[in-house]
Write a protein that binds this ligand. Structure first.
Ligand code: ADP
Length: 507
């Protein structure tokens, strides 16, 4: 270890001193030594990124008494990827669970996460988030977020514990959080891109280098000024995942080419994470990139179908069009389902997107049902015959499958795939039917920098934390292991954002 130390961060930091002093082209430089740096601004806490993690960190920092906290965001609008997902929030022991008689606990939620994590999830982080999830949910409600009056049971969760915003979108949370930031005096600056860290001689992060007036569509255009911002208390990196960085995701998994759909905002490119790696942060679980099994190949991004199918999976069947048969537990964890969908192929081995069949009577309970039909990314059929003809599915096996499945609805026991039939109770499959096609899209990076339950970033050279540096949200890795459960990202981001602020403020 000491050998590695000698070659490690101290020498790197010394080197930065020289580089910082002589480098004529700062656009090429990343992190620099503070010696000789001209500070353009001083804040107590600098937060990079304005998704769930950055916003929760900003609010909590202000509540903990921080007088000067600034969120820097590279895009022209705030909210990042967080603003364009399903707005699904899992927490145990919530008021709605009590009202509906759902028995749940922190242990139960942790165990569900560990199971989906397939032995490599970080139990301490999962427990920390589950223990504080209700607090984070309350933060959103206090800020003005409004949720549907029902709970959903998402894949891999053993009980219904998921709230969803009435707008069925993350913006139903980011917008109220932005409002709360403004109310609390959190300063927010768009079009300002993080380039690198500024370090003191001991390697502590004491500031950040930023490009002001940054224009995402063209890296070289529009940068008005490079600025150095001193952060007297610390820097929180909340820069999200890297699902839109095709080179990086293909380096982990060559099958995730540019042709594979992605639900993420364009800014999910991962450079904040790289810079932490360059500083010595430990990369964890980089190859575990999750695809959403609820997505449709008939529309771009998250679209309308994703929310529609997340809501409907518990009382629907997913059918392989070659066989007319179910091929998975429709509410298994995301990886199990995505892998099963990717295996649906035609006789030549080409992708054959499977279909999800729902009784229209139940499908129409979801607000997206109308849009799915209106925009031609979903179809309605008066009979199984018409449905089978349209999608070229063998009719007899399909009829038998529907009959068999309705038997499971009756007994509450899915003998085919062991699906939890709690939410399917009384919901028999019958005409008219609504159908969407399914094909996984790249959605979430389980990998990132290693953090602890204080949101501190560990240094691979020293084994200690990197002073002055905190990370929260999707940029951090390891918590969820192989497969993150749906609706666990918002509590993860928010709790770790709040935690980072508390750690800095000594709360
Ligand atoms: P999380 O869900 O973890 O909070 P999001 O993806 O919602 O993550 O938000 C991350 C935000 O960070 C996005 O708005 C993204 O544009 C922003 N971001 C990413 N990289 C940088 C960077 N280099 N400088 C400034 N902002 C960044």
């Amino acid at each position: 270890m000491s050998k590695v130390n000698m070659l490690g961060r101290r020498n790197f930091i010394k080197g930065l001193g020289a580089a910082g002093a002589v480098m004529a082209a700062p656009a090429m430089a990343a992190s620099v030594n503070a010696k000789g740096v001209k500070w353009d601004e001083t804040v107590e806490i600098a937060i990079i990124g304005s998704g769930f993690a950055g916003l929760a960190a900003g609010i909590e920092a202000a509540r903990q008494g921080c007088k000067s906290v600034t969120i820097f965001e590279k895009m022209p609008v705030f909210g990042g990827n967080s603003a364009i997902n399903g707005g699904l929030f899992a927490a145990p022991q919530t008021p709605m669970q009590k009202e509906k008689g759902v028995e749940d606990s922190v242990d139960r939620m942790v165990n569900d996460g560990l199971k989906a994590g397939r032995g490599i999830a970080d139990e301490a982080l999962l427990r920390h988030v589950a223990s504080h999830a209700m607090e984070a949910l309350q933060m959103t409600i206090d800020a003005g977020a409004v949720y549907h009056p029902y709970l959903q049971q998402l894949g891999g969760h053993s009980v219904p514990r998921t709230y969803q915003t009435t707008v069925s979108c993350g913006a139903g949370i980011t917008q109220p959080l932005l409002g709360e930031c403004r109310k609390l005096g959190v300063n927010m600056v768009p079009r300002t891109k993080f380039k690198g860290f500024i370090l003191d001689d001991a390697g502590k992060v004491v500031g950040v280098r930023l490009n002001q007036g940054y224009y995402f569509e063209d890296e070289d255009a529009g940068v008005e000024k490079e600025i150095n911002v001193r952060a007297t208390r610390g820097v929180i990196m909340a820069t999200g995942g890297f699902a839109q960085n095709v080179d990086l995701r293909m380096a982990q998994d060559p099958t995730l080419t540019a042709e594979v759909g992605c639900t993420n905002a364009k800014g999910a490119t991962g450079e904040g994470m790289f810079e932490m790696f360059r500083l010595g942060a430990i990369p964890v679980h980089m190859a575990h990139i999750q695809s959403g099994p609820w997505a449709s190949p008939d529309e771009g991004g998250f679209g309308y179908v994703s929310n529609y199918s997340i809501f409907n999976f518990p009382h629907s069947i997913a059918v392989n069009r070659m066989t007319g048969k179910r091929f998975m537990n429709e509410i298994a964890d995301r990886k199990t389902r995505a892998d099963a969908e990717l295996a649906c192929r035609d006789a030549e081995g080409k992708p054959l997107p499977p279909i999800m069949i729902t009784s229209y009577e139940h499908a129409k309970q979801h607000p997206n049902c109308k849009k799915v039909l209106k925009y031609g990314v979903g179809w309605k059929f008066d009979s199984l015959e018409a449905l089978a003809k349209h999608f070229d599915v063998p009719l007899k096996p399909l009829q038998e499958q529907v009959e068999e499945y309705n038997g499971y609805v009756k007994t509450g026991n899915d003998e085919q795939f062991g699906k939890n039939m709690g939410k399917a109770k009384g919901k028999y499959l019958k005409a008219p039917f609504t159908v969407v096609r399914l094909w996984p899209k790249v959605h979430y990076c389980q990998g990132g920098v290693q953090i602890n339950t204080k949101a501190e970033v560990k240094d691979s050279f020293t084994g200690k934390r990197i002073e002055g540096l905190y990370a929260a949200g999707e940029v951090a890795g390891g918590m969820h292991g192989v497969s993150r459960l749906g609706s666990c990202s918002i509590p993860d981001c928010m709790v770790m954002g709040m935690t980072a602020a508390r750690s800095i403020m000594g709360a």
